[in-house]
Design a protein around this ligand. Structure first.
Ligand SMILES: O=C(O)CCC(=O)C(=O)O
Ligand SMILES: [Fe+2]
Length: 369
């Protein structure tokens, strides 16, 4: 069931410019994060040329021959970086019909001792495709811009909750973590049951804050846009889905589980999914995840009394999807679950979540980057 409703649109321009309308933006931000947990963001100041360049290098990469893509397959990376083939990522126990490149902050791998936490292995270099050399500069510049925007939005979140603007700054100080996925969705290959359309299965993002840049669904040959075609969908409160159709100049922004937990559920991490495009078509998106450094520990946000009254008793934690207070532990949990081949090769010594912890009917915290 698809609902006719749409997500709210928030213009961050007045907040960035410090004009009189900023209070209105903060009120709208609070309503969006407490309500659907998702919104379109406009007025963000990221140039259209920057977003177009990222989609362009991404499309060129995905149109390369398979061997070129596999040269940077993520199984070569203990940091879960590089290319994931179609169907090799798992959400809710089923394959996602998407291919992607995972990229995080470009840092050297750490020299670790046996007593260091395993999540520190997530830091390290990326794998870059030799055939699309421009991809590296385009993506790093885009990550830099979105990292800056994220820091400003984090200040807006603090203010929207009645806190001083710098309340969360300490959480995001010292090497906050930016992670980016270049993603291509295709129709399921014939090996899957007819009608299988899990582009990415229902899930909540595990981290703090996500920005999705999306292109239209397009024909593989000719690149013509098809409208309307389902893509990203956000769960509503009555068992239906709200279409988050692409809108030029916007990002779809949403809250992750760690931020939900820090606000005792006042700000919501909402379940979402992507429906596969029709045969002969592709859908590109770029998901950017902003979180604190891996060793940061989640601290509850002190909510004002009037917001606490709205929450009542916070729901108990989900035993099937424990959210760990430490960002690194939470992040590694999600990676091990969604990329079993990398886990087998590089983390055989690390305890993995058991099947009992991740039954197929549970939305998982896939995406805690
Ligand atoms: O591709 C999209 O539109 C959303 C992707 C997503 O939800 C994710 O990767 O966590
Ligand atoms: Fe997601």
């Amino acid at each position: 069931m698809t609902s006719a409703r749409t997500l709210p649109t928030l213009d961050i321009g007045p907040f960035l410019a410090g004009t009189a309308d900023r209070a209105r933006f903060l009120a709208d931000l609070r309503a969006a994060c407490h309500g659907p947990g998702f919104f379109y963001l406009t007025g963000h100041g990221i140039p259209a040329a920057r977003t177009a360049a990222v989609l362009d290098v991404s499309r060129r990469f995905f149109h390369l021959a398979e061997a070129a893509k596999l040269a940077i397959e993520n199984v070569h990376s203990p940091h879960f970086r590089g290319y994931t083939r179609l169907g090799h990522e798992i959400t809710r126990g089923n394959p996602d019909i998407r291919e992607q490149i995972d990229i995080s902050d470009e840092r050297p791998a750490r020299a670790l001792g046996p007593d260091d936490p395993a999540y520190l292995r997530l830091d390290g270099p990326n794998q870059w495709p030799a055939q699309v050399p421009e991809l590296r500069a385009s993506v790093l510049a885009y990550m830099d811009e979105l990292g800056g925007l994220s820091r400003l939005l984090v200040r807006a979140f603090a203010e929207s909750l009645g806190l001083p603007a710098d309340h969360l700054d300490r959480t995001f100080a010292d090497e906050p973590r930016s992670h980016l996925k270049l993603i291509r969705y295709l129709a399921a290959p014939p090996a899957h049951p007819a009608g299988y359309d899990q582009g990415v299965g229902s899930h909540k993002d595990g981290g703090f804050l996500t920005f999705v840049l999306q292109d239209d669904v397009r024909a593989l040959r000719g690149g013509e846009a098809v409208e309307p075609a389902a893509g990203l969908q956000v769960a509503d409160d009555s068992g239906g889905w709200i279409d988050a159709a692409p809108r030029p100049g916007t990002f779809v922004v949403n809250i992750g589980e760690m931020f939900e937990l820090a606000t005792r559920g006042y700000y919501r991490a909402t379940v979402h999914r992507v429906v596969s495009p029709p045969p002969g078509h592709e859908r590109l998106s770029v998901a950017f995840f902003f979180g604190p450094r891996l060793s940061a520990t989640l601290e509850p946000v002190p909510l004002p009394a009037e917001l606490l009254r709205e929450i009542g008793d916070a729901p108990p934690p989900d035993p099937h999807n424990p959210i760990f207070a430490q960002h690194g532990v939470n992040t590694l949990k999600s990676w091990l679950r969604s990329h079993p081949e990398v886990a087998r090769r590089h983390y055989a010594d690390v305890a993995q979540p058991t099947a009992a912890q991740t039954p197929a009917d549970q939305p998982t915290g896939h995406g805690a980057y």
